[in-house]
Design a protein around this ligand. Sequence first.
Ligand code: CP
Length: 314
Amino acid sequence: MNSKRSFVTIANLSREKIMHLIGMAQEFEKCPNRKILDNRVVATLFFEPSTRTRLSFETAANRLGARVIGFTDPKVTSSTKGETLKDTIMMVSNYADVIVMRHYLEGAARYASEVSPVPVVNAGDGANQHPSQTMLDLYSIYKTQGTLDDLDIFLVGDLKYGRTVHSLLMAMRHFNPTFHFIAPKELAMPEEYKAYCREQHIRYVEHEDFNADIIAGADILYMTRVQRERFTDLMEYERVKDVYILRASMLKQARPNMKILHPLPRVNEIAYDVDNDPHAYYFEQARNGLFARQAIICDVLGITPEDMALQQIC
Ligand code: CP
């Protein structure tokens, strides 16, 4: 019933819908405290670890006046006794008006949205998608570039397992981007996403080198972590984990408008000397997650910008 209102994938969002959510995020950034969700309950079910996604969703709900229930460790739930995901979702939907879920299985959010009587928000499903991260990425790009159109976007690192880059690539299809994929062979962008680019007439160039000359053409330099938890062969992880490290000395030729994004957490891929460089934007990017997630929660609950305007306690 609610799969229409659920937020499971970025792939089916229109340009208009993306701009609508960005507009809502802008309003929430001006005034984050609005008691629009008094008497509502938001459940956060995290079957995988998280810092930013869970805390920003919970902050978003709290600043909207909702109450939050949930878990951060599935070992303390009845899933350890064999309860299925379907039954867990059916139970939680008895208690909450919206379910925010991170799960290690690709497709888990889609499945949950199909069985749930309340809207489900995908907070990351395996190596598949991370659409709320994409909304905050799009909001960050829009804020820093003044547009989403015609940008040169460089994706760096783990493009094989990185769900954030897969979701960003799909969302940008409306905005005529040129992508540069910078990855070692072992972590190259999967063929299915390159085929998607070709179908959608998205330009892309692939590189294995990562240096100042190559990144000089970027409007957005999107760094990613090599995700140890996705490797079945840890020797392979050891081979590729430190293959690209961004240092401040590599930014001398960067475009003035260029911003460095990273979904975080970082491990070694951005040296600490980059943090004070004016191109660094990853901590502000994470802050933007609060406003983007306020927009998403409200949207799945059918709350409009007009409803928002009635409830401002800045
Ligand atoms: N970007 C992101 O998903 O961070 P967390 O894993 O800390 O939620």
